[in-house]
Design a protein around this ligand. Sequence first.
Ligand SMILES: NC(=O)C1=CN([C@@H]2O[C@H](COP(=O)(O)OP(=O)(O)OC[C@H]3O[C@@H](n4cnc5c(N)ncnc54)[C@H](OP(=O)(O)O)[C@@H]3O)[C@@H](O)[C@H]2O)C=CC1
Ligand SMILES: O=C(CO)COP(=O)(O)O
Length: 280
Amino acid sequence: HVWASAGQDVTLIGRKASGQAPEAAHYATELPQDTGIVVMAVPAQATADALATYAPARDVPLVLTAKGVERGSLRLQTDIATGWETSVLTGPSFAADLRLGKPTALTLGSATIGAAHGLADALQSPVLRLYPTDDRVGAQIGGALKNVIAIACGAAMGAGLGESARAALLTRGLAELTRLTVALGGRAETVAGLSGLGDLTLTATSEQSRNYRFGLALGRGDTLPAGTVEGRVTAGAAMALAEQHGIDMPITRMVAALLDGQVTLADAMERLLSRPTRTE
Ligand SMILES: NC(=O)C1=CN([C@@H]2O[C@H](COP(=O)(O)OP(=O)(O)OC[C@H]3O[C@@H](n4cnc5c(N)ncnc54)[C@H](OP(=O)(O)O)[C@@H]3O)[C@@H](O)[C@H]2O)C=CC1
Ligand SMILES: O=C(CO)COP(=O)(O)O
């Protein structure tokens, strides 16, 4: 909708290829011959399958928007899409807000800063401001891990622990995703930007977020909502990555253990609060 409204020629490809096409966009069942940029928006665990199904040409820039680590392989999205000229578009953005034309700012991460600037120029619009970076690792870890921390924040709020507890989880969660980013070769400054702190702030404080709502239900003991909740799978995958790299991620570990049914919410909170004192 954003790009079509800005006058770009937008074709939507999906396995259903139906529904109400956004203004000035149209549906197709396969990629047009003259495709200039491919933007993929499937859940993180479906990226490999969707790439195999739609097989974008290798010389067409491929922009990934999924936020998550692949189960089992522990691959980031760009490691799934090797062989393409791959970039990531990530940061604080509820699709419903974008659909309404509300102003949004995102990170555009490419392999080189030149490529990122080129794509940002092509994809920005009056309501979509893009910040180029060549740190695809930082941009992706921020986007993937903010969902896990948002589940923790929702659970704390759902259990009635209060907004101070949520702020503590959000801040210490940011420390966790910064540690993992640096261990994987990304930069701390990326995580302090839109793709990390920005998206974490949005997702961990808004009931528009599916991850936060899932956490709320967990904390309240309600039936867990169905649908795409990326943090559910990414919690365990990120924990496995952290173990591989010798990184301490206590909040992520507790979310993964909670989702696996290994601990109760009360146990998880008690364990987090009884950890040895350390400098901030
Ligand atoms: N929604 C949002 O506000 C935002 C979402 N994101 C990220 O974008 C990604 C997708 O989220 P979102 O669009 O909300 O998820 P949804 O679950 O709403 O939609 C996912 C879409 O992907 C399709 N799909 C799933 N698996 C496959 C597959 N194997 N092959 C082809 N198509 C497939 C689904 O098709 P079908 O309908 O047939 O099942 C559906 O159209 C997530 O990683 C999310 O974190 C990022 C920023 C904002
Ligand atoms: O990534 C998002 C906002 O930036 C969407 O968050 P949810 O997947 O939690 O709804």
